[in-house]
Design a protein around this ligand. Structure first.
Ligand code: GLY
Length: 351
């Protein structure tokens, strides 16, 4: 399988995203990135084979590292976990020029990235995503942070990784539900781009380097021109206004990609109700979600608390919220709505 390399060029940083089959393919770039530096490998114990492959690679190349194990799941994206990583860096004598390697899914990447953003006012980190969701979305773009008071990413920073290494072999040991959840984000990228590769993947279920590359390229086009999420990048929040609220209202029992799928469908129906889109859009979202084994219907009883959480959404400003919508597949746009109108619609979706 050919390795795919591409660059993200941001105003103040540029880095490579390398996509291949196994971690061993990245021996050269990893050795160069770590030359003369010490690495803290952060992981949640959920990617044992990947951890074995990484430590073997580090040992073979004589690279210095320490391991730090954090808790699993969204509940571990907390200040306690952050403090524990920062203590490990301090006690291990890590300096600004050392590196954190985030080996795992979005939770590990977000937490490790945030620790890297604040330790000694900023050190480098490398993302090695092991879930579909983190390969196609959270490992690129530099959004880092922790949750607070039940609000996802309530505290965070923009801090770009210095390198992203995606080894598709890691997906082979991913639990079925987590892999399926990743297709929720593939569906989002399909809504934004109408990419045939993504549609094929949603229908047939395969994950290839070409799929990962295509999603990352769509993301890159929005991130490169709006690193700090003040304009065009907000298109990438499609489905996420409702999704974040649903996920939190479920106590994170619903996985992120599952919530994104529900959010994409309900937000598309919301767009129809506002006269911004046609009913064919949510219908096709539901059809593709079902092909990918995902559900668009909200679980019973969570809509009310999701509405309350929506009010706290970080995008809420003076009672208004800027939401991403699509008028058709590949035709995204931003549109301001009142939070009350959005919350009322979400409540009606739960009836
Ligand atoms: N996940 C959306 C973004 O990075 O902007």
């Amino acid at each position: 399988m050919p390795r795919v390399d591409f660059e993200l060029n941001m105003p103040k940083s540029a880095y490579s995203v390398l996509i291949g089959e196994s971690l061993a393919e990245f021996s050269g770039p990893l050795s160069s990135a770590l030359s003369g530096r010490k690495a803290l490998v952060l992981t949640d114990g959920g990617a044992e084979a990947a951890l074995g492959a990484l430590t073997a690679l580090l040992d073979e190349n004589g690279l210095a590292y320490a391991l730090h194990l954090m808790g699993k799941g969204e509940g571990a994206k907390s200040f306690d976990s952050l403090l524990s990583v920062l203590d490990a860096l301090l006690e291990g004598g890590f300096t600004k020029s050392d590196v954190i390697i985030n080996l795992g899914g979005g939770v590990v990447g977000d937490l490790g990235g945030f620790a890297a953003a604040v330790y000694k006012r900023g050190m480098n980190y490398i993302n090695m995503p092991t879930t579909l969701l983190s390969m196609i979305d959270s490992s690129v773009g530099g959004k880092t942070g922790v949750d607070l008071g039940g609000i996802k990413n309530a505290v965070g920073a923009f801090h770009q990784p210095s390198l992203v290494l995606c080894a598709c072999a890691n997906l082979k040991t991913l639990p079925e539900r987590e892999l399926r959840s990743g297709f929720g984000e593939v569906l989002k990228y399909f809504c934004i781009s109408a990419s045939p590769i993504m549609e094929r993947s949603l229908r047939e279920g395969g994950v290839t380097p070409a799929l990962i590359e295509e999603c990352c390229r769509v993301k890159r086009d929005f991130v490169q021109n709006d690193v700090h999420d003040t304009g065009a990048r907000r298109i990438l929040n499609l489905g996420h206004t409702f999704a974040h609220a649903l996920e939190a209202a479920s106590g994170f029992g619903i996985l992120h990609g599952e919530a994104v799928c529900m959010g994409l469908y309900s937000e598309a129906r919301f767009a129809v109700s506002l006269g911004l889109s046609s009913p064919a859009v949510p219908d096709r979202i539901a059809e593709l979600a079902s092909a990918a084994g995902l559900c668009c219907t909200l679980p019973k009883g969570i809509a009310k608390s999701a509405c309350e959480l929506l009010i706290h959404d970080k995008k809420n400003s003076s009672g208004n919220i800027e939401m991403a919508f699509i008028s058709d597949f590949g035709k995204p746009f931003l549109h301001g709505v009142s939070v009350d109108t959005a919350a009322k619609f979400l409540a009606s979706e739960g009836e």
